[in-house]
Ligand binder design. Structure first.
Ligand SMILES: C[S@@+](CC[C@H](N)C(=O)[O-])C[C@H]1O[C@@H](n2cnc3c(N)ncnc32)[C@H](O)[C@@H]1O
Length: 522
């Protein structure tokens, strides 16, 4: 097995298992793995805490590969920041003991909450430097960091500040925060998730990172045979739940789809905690299911983990989902004090379930409060809200700029744009455009503030150039990906912009993901 066979540090156990190595792991990198070296070769190690000595099992240790990937299967010298993993199915140590793979989507669950946040700050700092060539010291020198350091804030603190009791529950273990989860479905019709970089389906009895309305629902005992994916939505973190069910590929035939449809309708009638059920158009083609084959592409990985994305990206835009039960929209409360005009139903947005919405129960509140505190708006200003989704920041901006102000809200995806159109109907302050941002750059000049919240790929050089050329007074950049943010921020700095503020929010506890809010001015 190439260089694995020449490992001088190999233990007796490793001799029996040439794909296993003892290593001391280095710092955490962007992507959720620590970097370790074995005989000069880099191994990306998941489920470690930086500084630990661990035994790693490498998947597919080919001699010709530039680097290997592996999971911790035993901890030889544990970090003081290690804890028993909060979710048994996602715990690599217990998974490998049971001769199975850990489920993906909770790859930081073995670290204390405090250490997860400290680690995220390090990863953000390193990524800013590596991808954007931006040093945190430079950012601090402009006064953009509170106390001169990068801190990662707990989003529940914002809700607690407002006296919301539910936010205090489980906040010390980072559990029960997801209001949206995308599940795969196995041949037996059960809800499943996949291990990292694998198509293997692991059946679930609950999903402890999800709010209790989802985690303790009856959905884990239901039969979804004939479905490929089931997206579950707990609007406002509460039941009734909404489902967006995507049938398996069309070539399975009409009878399979009508069986599924009948079961879904019956499910909605029998379960009072189930509200809306939508049947999405069938998947285009069967998915190949190699047992350990890597997911190819960003979208596949994001789908498995249900991160910051909308379900609508999977639908052909001309084929909206079919409503099988319940109301067409779910009630998503806007952050306290935002969008509360009587005309707007008291600050509750009627959201199409397949729209984008932030997945942490406290994210809308935490994000809007952070933007408000770092970049307050004045009455009469004009704001462009780019990648606006269903209008979370549009509602805030419209309230703040008031009757004399204007908000241009740009969103490409149909369901999110339709949700916004319904909510802002008749509101003279808001101009809605369903369009790719790239097609709207000519409309940006004249805006005082440009706020952008792009998907994980970032905005890209063309959009950054368009924003720069529009010459707003201020740019507010909300990002869920440090690498694409670093690249876009470097482009802004190159064009003469400066960091005025930078905050990080832990919107995805027990995972390696994080959210940042940055303010730039010239
Ligand atoms: C991270 S979400 C942010 C949504 C919103 N700001 C919020 O917080 O609810 C990004 C949004 O950008 C939309 N989007 C992705 N690419 C786009 C593009 N090229 N032009 C316009 N919108 C796009 C997605 O559909 C999604 O709604």
């Amino acid at each position: 097995m190439g260089s694995a066979a020449t490992d001088t540090a190999a233990t007796d156990s490793a001799a029996e298992h040439p794909e296993e190595f003892e290593v001391t792991v280095g710092p955490m990198a962007h992507g959720g793995h620590c970097v370790a070296r074995h005989e000069g070769r880099v191994i990306f190690v998941r489920h470690a805490v930086p500084g630990e000595r661990v035994r790693v099992r490498v998947q597919d240790p080919q001699a010709s590969a530039k680097f290997w990937r592996g999971d911790v299967i035993a901890v030889l010298e544990p970090s003081e920041h290690r804890r028993r993993h909060v979710w048994k199915l996602a715990d690599a140590l217990r998974a490998y003991q049971a001769d199975r793979l850990p489920v993906g989507g909770a790859e930081y669950g073995h670290m204390t909450d405090q250490h997860q946040r400290w680690t995220k700050a390090q990863v953000f700092r390193d990524t800013l430097q590596r991808v954007g060539g931006i040093s945190v010291h430079e950012v601090a020198s402009t006064g953009a960091l509170s106390e001169g350091e990068l801190h990662v804030a707990d989003p529940d603190d914002y809700a607690r500040h407002r006296g919301r009791r539910d936010a205090a529950a489980d906040s010390t273990t980072g559990m029960h925060w997801r209001t949206r989860v995308s599940f795969a479905v196995n041949g037996a019709g059960a809800l499943c998730m996949t291990p990292h970089r694998s198509h293997e389906l692991i059946e679930l009895r609950g999903m402890p990172l999800a709010v209790q309305a989802i985690n303790s629902s009856a959905l884990f005992r239901q039969d979804f045979t004939g479905a490929q994916t089931v997206d579950v939505i707990a609007a406002g973190a509460q039941a009734p739940l909404a489902l967006v069910v995507r049938p398996a590929a069309a070539d399975r035939g009409d009878s399979a789809h009508s069986d599924l449809t009948e079961r879904l309708v019956a499910m909605a009638q029998e379960d009072e905690r189930l509200g809306t059920v939508l049947l999405a158009p069938p998947a285009a083609a069967p998915r190949s299911r190699s047992p350990r084959g890597p997911r190819t592409g960003r979208r596949g990985r994001a789908r498995a983990q249900g991160r910051k994305r909308s379900t609508e990206g999977q639908s052909a835009p001309q084929q909206p989902p079919t409503l099988l039960a319940g109301p067409r929209s779910v009630a998503e409360p806007l952050p306290a004090g935002q969008g509360g005009g009587a005309r707007h139903g008291g600050g509750v947005l009627a959201l199409r379930p397949e729209s984008f919405w932030q997945i942490h129960r406290s994210a809308p509140e935490a994000l809007v409060q952070t933007v408000e505190s770092l970049a307050p708006l004045q009455g009469g200003e004009s704001v462009a809200d780019l990648y606006a989704g269903a209008g979370l920041f549009t509602a805030w901006a419209a309230d703040r700029v008031g009757a004399g102000g204007r908000v241009l809200s740009v969103e490409a995806a149909g369901a999110s744009a339709a949700s916004a159109a319904e909510y802002f109907h008749g509101d003279d302050r808001v101009i809605l455009r369903q369009s790719p941002v790239e097609h709207m750059l000519a409309e940006l000049p004249g805006h005082d503030v440009v706020l952008l919240d792009p998907p994980r790929a970032g905005a890209g050089a063309r959009v950054i150039a368009g924003i720069d050329e529009a010459a707003p007074r201020r740019i507010v950049y909300v990002s869920c990906d440090p690498a694409s943010f670093a690249r876009d921020a470097a482009e802004l700095l190159r064009r003469g912009w400066q960091f005025r503020d930078l905050r990080i929010l832990d919107l995805y506890p027990n995972t390696h993901h994080m959210e940042s809010v940055a303010v730039f001015e010239r």
